[in-house]
Design a protein around this ligand. Structure first.
Ligand code: CS2
Length: 493
């Protein structure tokens, strides 16, 4: 049997290793949602910070859903290899900033102990858009969300991220401990503000004095996070064996590019994340909007259209001249909805994004990006469409993107194969679509009427409804390839 990566492994020359003593160092951070993205992003910045400046800033990871992450990382002493894929070849680096991982479903009290431990100064999150329990209609707390509803009924034994944070803050206050900073690292606009609101609304319902305390003592800086991180595959496992000479079941692959922009508002200190290249600013909003609308917006557009057109990976989409042109068009249109972003030339940013998407050694699946559409479309496609409408700009790019999502939402590809949408509102979508068959106008009406998704000014605009229906009709009648070609012709005309 091959040896497994651990603190005792002697790494081959050329493989990066933690440049600091790990043993005895405390965890100043508890991270909720220790998935691939966290391991390719914040944990790497923290690894750099520890190497540059030390400190008690190890990370205790928490997985909220399954025990898999704990099962792969703990036997490896929290160590894992980051494979950085670029055209020149793969680079490998072993990351040491995660000390251990707790699986919340199995050991909820251990998670609360970690959150309420004196050394914990930051609680960060990457739990995906759907993990927060946001009410699509109000942007506030969804009290009907199963985990939120359960936690409101029994707040001392929380299961949701929001419930865990609130109960931990209650315990800290009761014990006379300092509170912590809550650092959201998910792709939501004003993500710190959003989480602050959810925490406030949750706490107000259970303990008004605690709500006041949190309002006065806890900070929720917003962040913009960026690093393309495909799901690991068997090839990732094979490659890591070749690169480090032993087995690593927790390895992650990613691209060379990385970006993290953070509001510098921490109640009890933070690691020297600048050492890893993080940028600290007063207001993250312009960067977040830029990234959500240009990168994630075009990602979602290309995921739905690309998946139906038969493209497995983002790089295949970029190699398809017509669809590649629509990606560029989408970015350019999204840029028009933005106010100037400090220090960024938006056309250069778009060019860089196009090159990142085209990276031929990145196997980033369109199906991965396509998941959770109802949670992603609002900030990626719908808000910028609304902004475009307000500015009197053309809506074509957004109509195309939404038509592609609606085509995808039918759950059957052009060969007649069914696939799972992997969307928390999958049942709502199916219910809305029942009886619509392949009638484009009926599908558009049904999905535009999904509660909370599309705002009235768009739904009521004939240009919007017709623009989507016309495109969806071509996608259904002649196929996605024909719809893409027609879109390019129309755009160039
Ligand atoms: C992608 C993002 O899966 C998706 O929805 O758009 O995960 C994207 O790769 C990252 O935000 C890049 O930073």
């Amino acid at each position: 049997m091959t040896e497994r990566l651990s603190a005792r492994t002697v790494l081959p020359a050329g493989v990066g290793a933690p440049g600091y003593e790990r043993a005895g160092r405390k965890s100043g951070i508890v991270h909720l949602g220790t998935g691939a993205f966290h391991k390719a992003h914040q944990a790497v910045y923290t690894d750099d910070a520890l190497a540059a400046s030390g400190g008690d800033w190890m990370i205790t990871g928490v997985s909220l859903r399954s025990a898999d992450v704990a099962g792969t990382l703990n036997p490896q002493d929290g160590l894992y290899t980051l494979i950085i894929r670029d055209g020149e070849g793969d680079a490998a680096r072993v990351i040491g900033s995660i000390s251990n991982v707790l699986a919340a479903p199995e050991e909820p009290e251990a998670v609360l102990d970690a959150l309420a431990a004196p050394e914990t100064r930051i609680v960060s999150l990457t739990i995906t858009e759907k993990g927060y329990g946001i009410d699509a209609r109000t942007g506030g707390l969804d009290r009907a969300h199963p985990a939120i509803a359960a936690d409101l009924a029994d707040p001392r034994q929380p299961r949701s991220a929001i419930g865990l944070i609130v109960e931990a803050l209650r315990r800290r206050r009761e014990r006379g401990l300092e509170p912590f900073t809550v650092l959201c690292c998910d792709n939501l606009p004003s993500n710190g503000r959003v989480v602050a609101r959810l925490v406030r609304e949750f706490t107000r319902e259970i303990d008004a004095a605690l709500a006041d305390y949190i309002a006065d003592h806890v900070s929720f800086p917003s962040t913009m996070v960026d690093r393309i991180t495909p799901a690991s595959t068997d090839k990732t496992q094979e490659d890591v064996r070749r690169l480090i000479g032993c087995e690593d079941r927790a390895t992650v692959e990613t691209e060379p590019f990385t970006q993290w922009i953070v509001e510098d508002d921490f109640v009890d200190g933070r690691p020297d994340w600048e050492a890893g290249g993080a940028l600290f600013v007063k207001n993250v909003a312009p960067y977040e909007k830029m990234k959500l609308r240009m990168l994630n917006g075009s990602h979602s557009m290309l995921a739905y259209s690309g998946y139906i057109a038969g493209h497995k990976y983002v790089r295949d989409v970029m190699a398809d001249g017509d669809l590649g042109a629509l990606v560029a068009r989408h970015m350019a249109e999204a840029a028009k909805t933005l106010d100037p972003v400090p220090g960024v030339d938006l056309s250069q940013y778009a060019g860089d994004l196009g090159r990142r998407f085209a990276n031929p050694v990145m196997a980033h699946e369109t199906y991965q990006i396509a998941m959770d559409g109802t949670q992603k479309l609002p900030q990626r496609i719908i808000e910028p469409a609304l902004a475009a409408q307000e500015r009197g700009l053309a809506l074509d790019a957004y109509c195309f993107a939404v038509a592609a999502w609606m085509r995808y939402a039918l759950g059957v590809d052009e060969a007649g194969e069914r696939y799972a949408l992997r969307d928390p509102r999958e049942q709502d979508i199916a219910a809305a679509l029942s009886g619509c068959g392949r009638d484009a106008s009926m599908i558009v009406d049904a999905l535009l009427a999904l509660p909370g998704l599309f705002p009235a000014p768009l739904v009521e605009a004939r240009e919007w409804r017709r623009g989507i229906a016309r495109r969806l009709a071509v996608m259904l009648g002649e196929g996605m390839g024909a719809a893409i070609a027609a879109e390019v012709r129309e755009h160039r005309a």
